[in-house]
Design a protein around this ligand. Structure first.
Ligand SMILES: Cc1cc2nc3c(=O)[nH]c(=O)nc-3n(C[C@H](O)[C@H](O)[C@H](O)COP(=O)(O)OP(=O)(O)OC[C@H]3O[C@@H](n4cnc5c(N)ncnc54)[C@H](O)[C@@H]3O)c2cc1C
Ligand SMILES: NC(=O)c1ccc[n+]([C@@H]2O[C@H](COP(=O)([O-])OP(=O)(O)OC[C@H]3O[C@@H](n4cnc5c(N)ncnc54)[C@H](O)[C@@H]3O)[C@@H](O)[C@H]2O)c1
Length: 476
């Protein structure tokens, strides 16, 4: 569509990240006309500055570690990681930060694209300002979906902003590797980037005000801290940064405990802030800069035409959860537009129920952490009567064959009243691919006595399931 042409569509999607693209696709498949508005690259954060480049940065060192853990292969590995080759592979995953492929996909899916910065200017109206300053007014017959994502949150630490820190965007798109890197934060971005850069030979210092990965089972963060130290990273826990100063050689961080950390660069990895500061929320009575609170069909509370999907609603800041919300929202918008039945009871077609207690997540650190559902602490807090079952993954034959000295832990959290699994956490090399079985068990609430009949193939790491069940004990 040409800039400057005012138009009416059934649905306007603001933001063409993975989530916005999926909402648009489902609404088109539901028979609606859809325009998507994008101010940067079609594909958004996940494709260019988050999931894909970060995983590409991590993968090569992971393969190297895996080879070194298996005699026969280990002897064949005689060199070190080729960092430039890793960065080049990462560049290919981001299509060198060009979105032609994604634009082609939009076209093939029948979704119109308007490039520029979009702002809601009235109910069901979005005004897009293009790079040349021209404005296009779009109106929606049925719905406006805000899918504008989130930005890195930079806390008010004296001197931090002035020091020009890296955020996740700089870390994932860097074309060179610093000799030393200080990382503020102890969440997923911090540990993944610490793992990646430690693998490149960078001297990494992680500074966390708490432990690492504190929303997961405690043994996850503890094992990652240990593994980072084994990779010669420095991990400073339970301490805060008082002051950051840029110097001719890099940065100096002064911590509350008196420690001074000097590094070539500092990465701030302290969570996310919603990209709603300049999307016109004030025009419809909402607070600019706030997260958009929704019901389970992704309708923003208080509206019958405004939806919010993906990071911007703060339900579960993960691409797959956002895409699940997108499928629900795209379909429900089409159903409501046609006056068709809406399936909005828990686990219905038009709701993202999984966000509440069945969110799968992999932290691609060394070792990997794969978790779904409630942790033991969260389950207790929610009032469940639980039993916690732990098992060392390294004891199962499949893990022994996979790598010498395989170290890993699995935890299953059982709802004692219903004898179903509320949550599972795996920590260990390559555990990411174990996760979907756990997600099935949690979402389908498979009774434990039935799970005994899901026999794991021998000798695979999935044998851990049988060991967990045996440790729990077979119901009489
Ligand atoms: C380093 C890092 C690694 C991650 N790794 C993973 C992972 O491995 N797996 C996983 O599931 N999740 C991961 N995540 C989280 C994941 O990236 C996000 O959950 C996901 O990108 C959110 O998608 P979204 O479509 O909601 O937002 P975004 O991808 O941010 O898309 C929003 C789009 O809206 C556009 N936009 C914003 N405002 C406007 C406006 N006013 N006008 C026009 N366009 C606008 C933006 O330019 C952007 O393209 C990671 C995050 C980070 C930071
Ligand atoms: N593999 C994946 O799925 C993956 C990878 C990266 C990011 N993500 C998603 O992206 C989101 C953002 O990740 P993140 O690591 O930035 O956030 P996070 O919420 O996981 O961690 C934030 C960390 O910053 C710390 N922190 C917050 N405010 C601080 C302050 N003022 N001073 C010092 N420390 C402070 C917290 O204590 C915590 O350790 C997460 O929700 C995550 O789900 C997912």
């Amino acid at each position: 569509m040409e800039s400057g042409t005012d138009s009416e569509y059934d649905v306007i999607v603001l933001g063409a990240g993975a989530v916005g693209e999926n909402v648009a696709d489902r609404a088109v498949q539901g028979g609606l006309t859809v325009v998507i508005v994008e101010g940067e690259l079609v594909g958004g954060e996940c494709s260019y500055w988050a999931c894909m480049p970060s995983k590409a940065l991590l993968r090569s060192a992971q393969v190297l570690r895996a080879a070194r853990a298996v005699p026969g292969a280990a002897e064949a590995v005689t060199g070190e990681l080729d960092v430039q080759a890793v960065l080049a592979r990462r560049n290919s995953f981001t299509s060198n930060w060009k979105d032609d492929g994604q634009v082609e996909w939009l076209d093939s899916a029948g979704i119109s694209l308007v490039r520029g910065h979009g702002r809601i200017t009235a109910a069901k109206e979005v005004t897009v300002t293009a790079a040349d300053g021209s404005a296009t007014v779009l109106t929606a017959r049925h719905a406006v979906v805000v899918s504008t994502g989130s930005d890195a949150f930079v806390p008010d630490i004296p001197g931090l902003r002035e020091a020009g820190p890296w955020t996740s965007r700089d870390a994932t798109s860097t074309q060179s590797v610093p000799a030393s890197l200080a990382i503020i934060g102890g969440g997923v971005v911090a540990v993944e980037m610490a793992t990646a850069f430690a693998g490149f030979g960078t001297a990494v210092t992680v500074i966390s005000r708490s432990g690492l990965l504190t929303t997961l089972e405690p043994f996850a963060g503890e094992r990652v801290a240990e593994a980072l130290r084994e990779q010669r990273a420095t991990v400073l826990l339970d301490t805060k940064t008082n002051q950051v100063t840029r110097t001719p050689d890099g940065v100096v961080l002064e911590l509350v405990n008196g420690t001074r950390v000097e590094a070539e660069q500092v990465l701030v990895a302290t969570g996310r802030t919603p990209r709603t500061g300049d999307v016109g929320l004030e025009a419809i009575g909402l607070e600019p800069g706030s997260w958009l609170e929704t019901d389970d069909t992704m309708l923003v509370r208080g509206f019958d035409w405004l939806y919010a999907t993906g990071d911007v609603n703060n339900r579960a800041l993960l691409t797959h959860q956002g895409n699940n919300q997108a499928r629900a929202a795209g379909d429900v918008i089409a159903a409501r537009a046609k006056g068709a039945p809406v399936s909005d009871a828990p686990w219905g077609t038009h709701v993202a129920t999984a966000d509440h207690q069945a969110v799968p997540q992999v932290t691609f650190a060394e070792p990997e952490i794969a978790s779904v559902g409630l942790t033991s602490a969260a389950a207790r807090e929610a009032g469940y009567d639980i039993r916690v079952v732990d098992y060392e993954i390294g004891q199962v034959s499949g893990a022994k064959v996979r790598a010498d000295g395989y170290r890993g832990t699995a935890r299953m959290v059982v709802d004692e009243r219903r004898k179903v699994i509320l949550g599972v956490t795996f920590v260990g090399p390559d555990v990411s691919e174990l996760l979907q079985a756990a997600t099935f068990a949690v979402v389908a609430e498979i009774p434990l006595d039935r799970l005994w009949h899901a026999v794991p193939a021998y000798p695979t790491v999935n044998e851990i399931w049988l060991r967990l069940l045996e440790t729990y004990g077979r119901p009489a």
